[in-house]
Design a protein around this ligand. Structure first.
Ligand code: ADP
Ligand code: MG
Length: 253
């Protein structure tokens, strides 16, 4: 069955255990939202899923469409269909955006796209997400505003069309119009032929009004403390995490 399965995942950073047994399933065509207070372990989860060497998986398994990738390299994970949009995208002076995008896209294809074919595809996707064509000639993220960096990440997502997209606070720093644009693009990908599975980390209900979550999971101290549907995200928007954390602590002590 097609899904991204996380079984009893334990992750340590610099010998400190951050995730203590996470169980989650992500499904094609679904929007799964992960929420939780600062420092709960949300970015640790996405980094560990992507295979960041600093995040050591000490127990548990990650299975992507029945293939175990727990200890695979980031490259293998990416080629298997996993994508991570960073909370803070890096600036890489000297690396032209169009060159970067063509290289990664061709890495994911069995037959590389020619330069003119790639240019055509890039222009089409850029206009969909309203990125000025001149950005293709600029260095990756250099001097981009916060919102422009986030849109450049979505452009990458639109070109690669991964099966599972992890979006770590992609909405932060976006103005209202860009937020709408990014959400619309994600919805197109979700309904498209790859039926992209969207895993969204966000603090804001506004993004979720456009994205319509199928599942919501709350993470706290490296564990899932509650799961539900869209109504759970609304409840948190109104009441914060305090009440959920209190109930969970009472149950566990
Ligand atoms: P969230 O994304 O939910 O705000 P993080 O996953 O970034 O939380 O962080 C969870 C905990 O792990 C925090 O206490 C944070 O300081 C620690 N942590 C995360 N990454 C690192 C790192 N690279 N080095 C040291 N500590 C880290
Ligand atoms: Mg984070």
């Amino acid at each position: 069955m097609q899904k991204l399965e996380i079984n009893n995942l334990h992750v340590a950073v610099e010998d400190k255990e951050i995730l203590n047994g996470i169980n989650l399933n992500f499904h094609p065509g679904h929007v799964h939202v992960i929420m939780g207070p600062n420092g709960a372990g949300k970015s640790t989860l996405t980094n560990a899923l992507m295979g960041h060497p600093k995040y050591k998986i000490t127990q548990g398994k990650i299975i992507l469409d029945e293939k175990e990738i727990t200890h695979s390299s980031p490259e293998v994970r990416s080629k298997s269909g996993l994508f991570l949009s960073f909370q803070s995208p890096l600036e890489i002076p000297g690396l032209k955006m169009s060159y970067f995008l063509r290289t990664i896209l061709n890495h994911h294809r069995s037959t590389p796209l020619s330069v003119p074919d790639f240019q055509k595809l890039l222009e089409e996707k850029m206009s969909l997400i309203k990125i000025d064509p001149s950005f293709a000639k600029r260095y990756l993220n250099e001097g981009f505003s916060g919102g422009e960096k986030k849109r450049a990440e979505i452009l990458q997502l639109m070109l690669l069309e991964p099966k599972y997209a992890l979006l770590d606070e992609t909405d932060s720093g976006l103005d209202v119009d860009s937020l709408r644009l990014v959400a619309d693009s994600i919805n197109v990908l979700k309904a498209g032929k790859t039926r992209m599975s969207i895993i969204v980390i966000t603090h804001y209900q506004r993004f979720l009004e456009y994205l319509k979550p199928d599942e919501v999971s709350i993470i706290y101290q490296g564990q899932i403390i509650k799961q539900g549907g869209a109504e759970l995200a609304k409840e948190i928007e109104q009441n914060g995490f305090a009440n959920l954390i209190k109930l969970w602590s009472q149950k566990n002590n």
